[in-house]
Design a protein. Sequence first.
Length: 369
Amino acid sequence: MSSTKKTPTTLSTLSLGSLSNDVSLPDDAQDTISSVSWSPVSNHLAAASWDGKIRVYDVNANNRTANGTAMFNAVGPVLGCDWAKAGVDGVGIDAGNQDGTIIAAGGADKSLHILHLPTGQQATLSSHEKPIRSVRFVEIPESNTHIVASGSWDKTVKLWDLRQQSPVTTIMCEDRVYSMDAKSLLFVVATAERHIHLINLRRPTVISRTLESPLKHQTKVVDVFPDGKGWATASIEGKCSFNAVDKEEDRKINFKFRCHRGPPELKTKITKVWSVNDVRFHPVQHTVLVTAGSDGTFHFWDRIAHARLQAYPSTGSPITTTAFNHDGSLFAYALGYDWSKGCAANSQEIQTKLMLHSVTVEESTPKSK
């Protein structure tokens, strides 16, 4: 990992890992997979797709095979999904939550869709005036029920108690919501025009602080540190940054680095830059993270040591979304068209696939230990 003030390390100087042992899950998505989320207690994987479907796979961790266990439909592309955290009872659809059995999803139809996996029960909440871009379950102190946040291009985030049809509250944002994440009382919302909203889940109805992204171009994704002390931001310019919530921690935590960039061409000196489409922290080794991009590569990093742990060659297609399973032993990543070049660049040659990668000790062991 290299600071933006230094010459970045290029893939050509690194020892690349092998993708030969990565396996493909059933190839049944008909269009780009926009979001994936694992159950917090089992190897069930939910995948939301532009074909208007949310599929759930039961993954066998030993041989890394999967069977589809459930599927429900939306009217239009599904852009975000999330799996409920374990340990909360009462969800308002005829069954209590038995350790992470509920999936929420939203997309172009402007509605929030809820699936209770054991019973197959479904509920739909008509929620926004424009498409929902991101969905996250948030853990609010002293709440005895699930609260779902839906972030929309109508410039609002709505919080939902699944026992009722109306939102608990509506939070007005600076612009269209592009990405959200919540962990350990910190809820981060990224919008268009590079706005970042910080919300303390002890007071979830108000934005506690708004700041400008430390990166110069459009935000693609944010991911909160597992300890809630900061967050990562990734953008279309092939960069990622870490930022602290507490301003006193800025010098210790704040850092920007280049990634998903090729080496300069010998003749033109032009460096190819790809969008960073996703960033995810490891659920057990909290300083380890993965970035994935339009160049079709993913990389493991150590946030504290400012070092790259492992790089991989291009898969041949953009990586659109990723997720670690509950214990960090499996890493799911989706291949497909990421719409970065508009409709004209989409082609039948770009395959839509959902892949599984077994995480090695080298990838998940921080150098900073």
